[in-house]
Design a protein around this ligand. Structure first.
Ligand SMILES: [Zn+2]
Length: 304
């Protein structure tokens, strides 16, 4: 089927609902997303689930699709060779990358063919961002994703590199900016004007603040709105934090708190963000289907 270009949807003023977390939701459903992790150092996180537990990845995707999300994010956060190498699977990165895309696309085709699948990739932290993003983007585009979500980017010098590499095959690129602060700055103290300057003349379809607490996003969205004319969005980390006791057998590297920001409280923040002019909302770490279902009520569904 033909889907209207997502950039046209945004240009028409539509508000789009993203899914919620995948990695922490897999963790919540009992999947080991801490393979290769050590105290202070996370491995490839949810990437291994694409081969270890594909049916659970698919179930998470399908739950979000049934709620009515417009955009599903594939489980490609750390399917890069550099991250999979931490568990000796670096040479199999393409298999893990493609599997994640295929699971997301199959879920979409089965539940809601109108939804878009975003290939969601993150900087490998250790490794070359440009070459890893070029590799991931090539495989994800070939698999058939509709857009790229270059997320969890934080260093000022990484923004343009990430957008260019994720856009190298011609798909629209959403940029996800991590860990913004209550002071209204980017993670390392840069301003939103700095960010906009880095991205000047690059084809970025939307900028989203992500993996930050709801109050941090509320503090920064007005700054982003002032600095950047294009579509903006937000999806918060509501409570996925490092487990201080990590290291015992069977434990996961993170702890999940879904109580501090329950679905209704989180939806209250999102309502505020919609009033600030965002047109893309969803959830990052620790959000689950219950949170996204609450957000669905805030956004009018498009007829047809
Ligand atoms: Zn997150």
């Amino acid at each position: 089927m033909t889907r209207e270009a997502i950039t046209d949807r945004l240009a028409n003023g539509d508000v789009l609902l993203l899914d919620g977390a995948t990695g922490s939701e897999l963790h919540r459903r009992g999947v080991n997303v801490s393979k290769g992790a050590e105290p202070g150092k996370l491995g490839p996180w949810s990437a291994t689930a694409n081969i270890d537990a594909p049916e659970v990845v698919r179930a998470v995707h399908e739950d979000y699709l049934r709620i009515g999300v417009d955009v599903l994010t594939s489980n490609n956060f750390w399917t890069s060779a550099a991250r999979l190498n931490m568990v000796g699977l670096g040479s199999e990165w393409e298999r893990y990358t493609r599997a994640a895309a295929e699971i997301a696309l199959a879920a979409r085709d089965a539940v809601n063919p109108h939804a878009y699948v975003a290939g969601g990739i993150a900087p490998p932290v250790h490794g070359d961002l440009r070459s890893e993003f070029l590799d991931q983007t090539r495989v994800l585009t070939d698999a058939g994703v509709d857009l790229m979500l270059a997320e969890y980017v934080g260093y000022l010098h990484d923004f343009a590199v990430a957008v260019e590499a994720a856009g190298s095959t011609g798909l629209p690129v959403f940029l996800g900016v991590r860990h913004v602060t209550l002071d209204g700055t980017l993670q390392y103290g840069d301003s939103f004007e700095d960010l906009a300057r880095e991205l000047r003349s690059l084809p970025v379809a939307a900028i989203l603040l992500m993996c930050s607490s709801p109050p941090e996003i509320s503090a920064c969205l007005p700054r982003l709105r002032d600095a950047w004319d294009g579509p903006i969005g937000a999806y918060a980390n509501i409570g996925y934090t490092i487990n201080p006791n990590f290291g015992q057998p069977g434990e996961q590297w993170h702890l999940i708190d879904q109580e501090t920001y329950g679905p209704e409280r989180y939806a209250g923040y999102v309502r505020e963000w919609l009033a600030m002019g965002v047109s893309i909302v969803g959830g990052c770490c620790a959000t689950g289907p219950e949170h996204i279902a609450e957000l669905r009520k805030l956004i009018p569904m498009r007829a047809g």
